[in-house]
Design a protein around this ligand. Structure first.
Ligand SMILES: *[C@@H]1O[C@H](CO)[C@@H](O)[C@H](O)[C@H]1NC(C)=O
Length: 270
């Protein structure tokens, strides 16, 4: 049972990290996760002195010092307002789950017209009442730009749609919003790649090996306690085997090194 749930957990983890940032089009794959920044983006509104935004594209951010102190970590975006007297309020303005991010072509008829990421609306406790925020990331396809947009080229617009509802639109240009045939990251698998697939399958096989082995030993061969570990002796001996293997390789290398030294010594003598 635990094995099955573990497999589900691993699969859902992989799906939840990248699923909503990849769009298949007739002209190739658009993988917006390539536009993500490792540390996230920071934007200070030029028009106002008190509003700042921390956000990321298709990736959460948590490594800004102020966010470490927030009660909600791992959101896709935060809004920081500084009031007179230096009071600063940090609000998460986007969800914390990748399932709540939807990707769509900005213009359904034009695969090279960029994409729009729409995040689910979140309720935020504001100064007076619960405010609602919707984060929209508008990514224009531009082959001459890098995947990761530069912070200077990002614009943020905050619009009040109803009394306590706000729509925050982040607009920038990136190559990651353009369709790619095959893609630099291995096509349909996205960033997860063929390596990720192999590692996952290996992990699943190892888990199944132990579960099925343990069930067989327990119920078919009536073993109990630690004897239900398949090939128990081998696994118990493994650390010693690894140590012996390392020593063997080390000795081999030393023999080789000594031989080379001997040779160069001969050369030096000549
Ligand atoms: C996205 O940005 C482009 C370029 O600034 C603009 O023309 C377009 O209307 C925007 N779309 C949305 C949905 O905000």
């Amino acid at each position: 049972m635990t094995g099955v749930s573990l497999i589900f957990f691993i699969t859902s983890l992989i799906v939840s990290v990248y699923a909503s940032c990849v769009l298949e089009t007739p002209d190739g794959t658009i993988d917006v996760s390539l536009a993500a920044s490792t540390k996230g983006f920071f934007h200070k509104q030029p028009s106002t002195t008190f509003e700042e935004y921390f956000f990321n594209i298709c990736k959460k951010l948590s490594n800004f010092p102020d966010i470490e102190k927030s009660s909600v970590k791992n959101a896709f975006a935060y809004d920081m307002q500084t009031y007179y007297g230096g009071l600063r309020i940090l609000r998460p303005i986007a969800p914390t789950s990748a399932d709540e991010v939807k990707i769509a072509l900005a213009d359904p008829k034009n695969t090279k017209g960029g994409v729009v990421l729409t995040h689910s609306t979140v309720d935020v406790t504001g100064a007076d009442d619960n405010e609602k925020y919707t984060l929209v990331v508008n990514l224009t396809c531009d082959e001459n730009e890098n995947d990761e947009p530069s912070e200077d080229a990002i614009e943020v617009e905050k619009v009040q749609t109803e009394s306590l509802n706000y729509k925050i639109t982040v607009t920038t240009k990136t190559r990651a919003a353009c369709p790619r045939k095959g893609g630099s990251h291995g096509g349909p698998l996205g960033q997860y790649g063929i390596g990720g697939l192999i590692v996952t399958l290996l992990l699943v096989c190892v888990v199944l090996y132990f579960i099925i082995g343990a069930l067989l030993l327990k119920f078919k061969f009536q073993k109990t306690g630690s004897d239900i570990i398949p090939q128990k002796e081998f696994w118990m001996d493994l650390p010693v085997l690894v140590k012996d293997g390392c020593l063997f390789i080390f000795e081999g290398v030393m023999v080789l090194v000594n031989k080379m030294r001997g040779k160069s010594a001969v050369y030096n003598n000549v």
